[in-house]
Design a protein around this ligand. Structure first.
Ligand SMILES: Nc1ncnc2c1ncn2[C@@H]1O[C@H](COP(=O)(O)OP(=O)(O)OP(=O)(O)O)[C@@H](O)[C@H]1O
Ligand SMILES: [Mg+2]
Length: 254
């Protein structure tokens, strides 16, 4: 039976940009009426060119940004107005950005975030050890994060994203800047999350990754959905998903 965990209908978000002296005003329609839903246990891809509106969409879904209009529901609750019902059950990772404390070790970072989620001491200990193993940081868990490579920091961010045992994990470009081995490891972690029954919504500019991971995806362009479906539906008769993607984007920008 299907269990819809993300429901987005006609969702819009505008930003008001002011000129240098605050006199001129320009409205940017970052997300301009998108609709899609995600079922429990899916790996769902949100694709689109730079500036298409992906991060803005993820921010609304993760309760960090208010929609201008439309429906934005996660686990059956409104992300704005009922965010307290959602926050403990989801988590998010913004790739490339710093979401961990460099002056703390991996283990101390995870302890710190566990405390924010009020996870009981006993549960914390076990969970932290198993997550450190999962992201392959157990060996370096007591070194300060400032001594880690970019890939290790990224893996620590994943660990942080798992600390509250989330039902849905939102990942904005999780493999950006990772070497091939690190990127593959991350894809394996994502597959394991799915095998565990969790839902993952991710953005990436790597079409091969989408083919490998995603059950379904939407492609957005200038805030509007231009394609929706499984990777093979979107690929159609093109040789690769990348070919299909480029064609779709070129068609709407022509
Ligand atoms: N805080 C903001 N104020 C004004 N405009 C913004 C703001 N954040 C994003 N935008 C604009 O909204 C649009 C969508 O941006 P968004 O970051 O959602 O795109 P994206 O699809 O994540 O792109 P990328 O692939 O480059 O990460 C862009 O035109 C961007 O300039
Ligand atoms: Mg973005």
């Amino acid at each position: 039976m299907k269990n819809t965990v993300i429901n987005v209908e006609e969702l819009k978000r505008e930003y008001v940009k002011r000129g240098f002296f605050g006199k001129t005003k320009k409205v940017v329609k970052a997300v301009d009426g998108i609709s899609f839903n995600v079922e429990q246990g899916e790996i769902f891809g949100l694709l689109g060119q730079n500036g298409a509106g992906k991060t803005t969409t993820i921010k609304m879904l993760t309760t960090l940004l208010a929609p201008t209009s439309g429906t934005c529901e996660v686990l059956g609750y409104k992300t704005f107005g009922e965010e307290k019902k959602i926050r403990s059950r989801i988590n998010f990772i913004f790739g490339g950005e710093m979401g961990v404390y460099r002056r703390l070790s991996a283990r101390d970072n995870l302890r710190y975030f566990s405390n924010l989620y009020l996870i009981p001491e006993k549960v914390q200990k076990e969970r932290i050890e198993s997550i450190l193993k999962l992201v392959d940081l157990a060996d370096r868990a007591d070194d300060l994060a400032e001594t880690y490579s970019k890939g290790m920091i990224q893996r620590l961010q994943i660990a942080r994203g798992l600390i509250n045992d989330p039902e849905i994990l939102f990942m904005d470009e999780p493999t950006v800047g990772l070497d091939p081995v690190g990127a593959r490891m991350l894809r394996d972690i994502i597959k394991n999350l799915k095998a565990d029954g969790r839902t993952v919504l991710l953005t990436t500019h790597n079409l091969a990754e989408v083919e490998e991971l995603c059950d379904r995806l939407v492609i957005i362009n200038k805030g509007k959905v231009i394609a929706k479906g499984t990777p093979s539906e979107i690929k159609g008769h093109e040789a690769t998903l990348e070919d299909a993607y480029v064609k779709l984007v070129q068609e709407v920008t022509a």
